[in-house]
Design a protein around this ligand. Structure first.
Ligand SMILES: [Zn+2]
Length: 309
């Protein structure tokens, strides 16, 4: 539901590579890639390149190498492969990297935007993380991508274990538009929550007649699948009051009323909007708050001025 804003500079990628490599000299694993002629953009694949492949490059390479590609390796190669590409052993390093990277805001599940994800330091000074990493291409079938940064989505445990579990996304040309690590992510724009009403909302008297709905191109199979996998509709239905609260305030406080209050008190209209509808609707710093997309979509839908999209 929200894009992961990873830094795009080379240092960020180098830092990730250094954080998860098994040792400085990567030649033993790079040689295996070379032996099997694994290339990306016509260059030989290396461990350094592998772990920071873009999501689109991961998909491109997955088509060439297919599922369970490590099955063709000989015994020595498998031992080396398992040393370097071992999600279980490297998971904590990846988690720690994400926690330590100041530019990456871990605040809410990137799949559902409902549950908080965070880390904390416990009484023994150890970092504990309250999030899981979901593999977009499953680690059982594409072990080679199991430690690729852009194949991992920091997510809440219900999204990862309960709802997605072993379900797979359909791989097609538009999959990247619903994948939060892709630069072509457009889910936030392509899918909008809205309230259903058949007259001007300010004239609407009975809040119980409003229903939360969504707006998207119903032929978009990637969005449909996403909604189905994560049970977005059912889960948000349960929280519809968070959206309807905003509508109720809109009914009670019209633009003209706010203007009058502003004149009477000398406080700016913007201050009134922020106080009434919530500052998180208007300020970038709340971009990763739980339910932020839901609230902003509804607020924009009913025409509250200045709300971020
Ligand atoms: Zn979630």
């Amino acid at each position: 539901m929200i894009k992961i804003e990873y830094p795009t500079d080379k240092d960020f990628h180098t830092d990730f590579f250094i954080a998860i490599r098994s040792k400085k000299d990567t030649s033993e694993i790079d040689d295996i890639f070379k032996r099997y002629n694994l290339k990306i953009n016509n260059d030989d694949l290396t461990f350094e390149k592998l772990v920071t492949l873009t999501f689109e490059e991961i998909i491109e390479l997955s088509k060439i190498i297919g599922k369970k590609n490590e099955d063709k390796f000989n015994e020595t190669e498998i031992t080396i492969f398992n040393k370097w590409i071992n999600y279980k052993n490297k998971r904590e390093k990846i988690n720690q990297f994400l926690i330590d990277t100041k530019e990456v805001v871990l605040n809410t599940c990137f799949y559902c935007n409902m549950d908080h994800i965070y880390s904390f330091i416990d009484e023994n000074d150890e970092t504990r993380n309250h999030f899981t990493l979901d593999h977009i291409l499953p680690k059982g079938e594409y072990k080679i991508f199991s430690i690729c940064l852009y194949n991992l989505i920091p997510s809440c445990s219900p999204c990862n274990s309960k709802f997605k579990h072993n379900k797979e996304f359909t791989i097609n040309d538009n999959l990247n538009t619903v994948i939060a690590t892709s630069t072509n992510y457009s889910f936030n724009k392509d899918f909008k929550f809205k309230v259903y009403y058949n007259q001007e909302v300010e004239k609407f008297k009975d809040i119980n007649d409003l229903k939360i709905q969504s707006n998207y191109d119903k032929t978009n199979i990637n969005i449909k699948e996403y909604l189905r996998i994560f049970r977005i509709k059912e889960r948000y239905d349960f929280h519809e009051n968070k959206g309807l609260d905003i509508v109720e305030k809109r009914i009670n406080y019209s633009d003209s009323f706010i203007e009058e209050m502003s004149k009477l008190t000398g406080r700016s209209k913007e201050d009134f909007y922020r106080d009434l509808f919530g500052k998180e609707l208007f300020d970038k710093e709340y971009n990763t708050d739980p339910f932020i997309k839901f609230k902003r979509d509804i607020a924009n839908n009913i025409g509250i001025k200045g709300v971020l999209s």
